[in-house]
Design a protein around this ligand. Structure first.
Ligand code: UDP
Length: 238
């Protein structure tokens, strides 16, 4: 059946910046609502969904340490930023009637659940969207690595990385007219050519566990649903 989704359980990774809309900082509620609608339309297909949202729209550890802050402290601030984004996404999804859990790598019981792997798996089986917050819980990592780690732990079939462009290009397609999009690219080529799919630790972790990364545009309305049905343009890193 062509209408059957190809996937049963997936990880959706978006950067914090995806929630800014046209702004340059923080959260743009209509943008959060639009992305929540994308997630709902895939959830409606019966796909089990994990999400990781970055924190770059609020705070990045590297930026803090460049201004003289201690790196680990700055990274904890970055991780806390991802919790705020996760709560905003939770609110937008529940507004649409989708049940969710925010699950944090750093326990903060009054705010959200702590990460307990078996419990998270159970939530997915019960069709709750699991939003994994606070990254890996460790400084010096990124939310791309967190997404890859949780995708492995949750036995997702693939990581869907929603970006501003419809895949991975050999150079920046917003700057160069002759930039070429890859349909498929190997982990090793993505690493060797520093194609900017994800950071190197995340790509290596995906490679070592044969976890495909599908890079697609989140700006296309209905894009996420189409990609899950195998339509539209995207790049598979595998
Ligand atoms: N971070 C961290 N450990 C993690 C995940 C994130 O220390 O496991 C911190 C890090 O400082 C990072 C910030 O949280 O800069 C925000 O995450 P990220 O830069 O991945 O967000 P994105 O670029 O996806 O918005």
């Amino acid at each position: 059946d062509a209408r059957q989704p190809k996937y049963k359980r997936v990880m959706l990774k978006i950067s914090g910046e995806a929630l800014m809309g046209d702004g340059s900082y923080g959260l743009n509620p209509p943008t959060v609502a639009r992305i929540a609608q994308e997630v709902k339309s895939v959830h409606d297909m019966g796909v089990e969904i994990c999400m990781v949202i970055g924190g770059g729209n609020i705070f990045r550890g590297l930026a803090g340490s460049a201004q003289g802050m201690e790196r680990t402290t700055a990274d904890y601030m970055g991780m806390l930023a991802t919790v705020m984004n996760a709560l905003a996404m939770q609110s937008a999804l529940e507004e649409l009637g989708v049940y969710t859990r925010v699950i944090s790598a750093i326990p903060m019981d009054q705010v959200c659940e702590p990460y307990i792997r078996r419990r998270a798996v159970r939530h997915l089986e019960k069709k709750r969207v699991c939003i994994f917050a606070a990254g890996t819980g460790n400084p010096y990592f990124t939310t791309d690595t967190a997404a890859t780690l949780r995708a492995n732990e949750m036995a997702c079939e693939a990581i869907f990385k929603g970006t501003k462009v419809d895949g991975v290009y050999d150079k920046d397609p917003k700057k160069f007219d002759d930039a070429k999009r890859y349909d498929v690219v190997s982990y090793d080529e993505a690493l060797a050519k520093r194609l900017g799919v994800m950071d190197a630790s995340a790509i290596a972790l995906a490679r070592d566990n044969n976890m495909p990364i599908i890079v697609f545009s989140l700006d296309e309305p209905g894009g996420f649903k189409g990609i899950l049905a195998g339509q539209g343009t995207y790049t598979t890193v595998k």
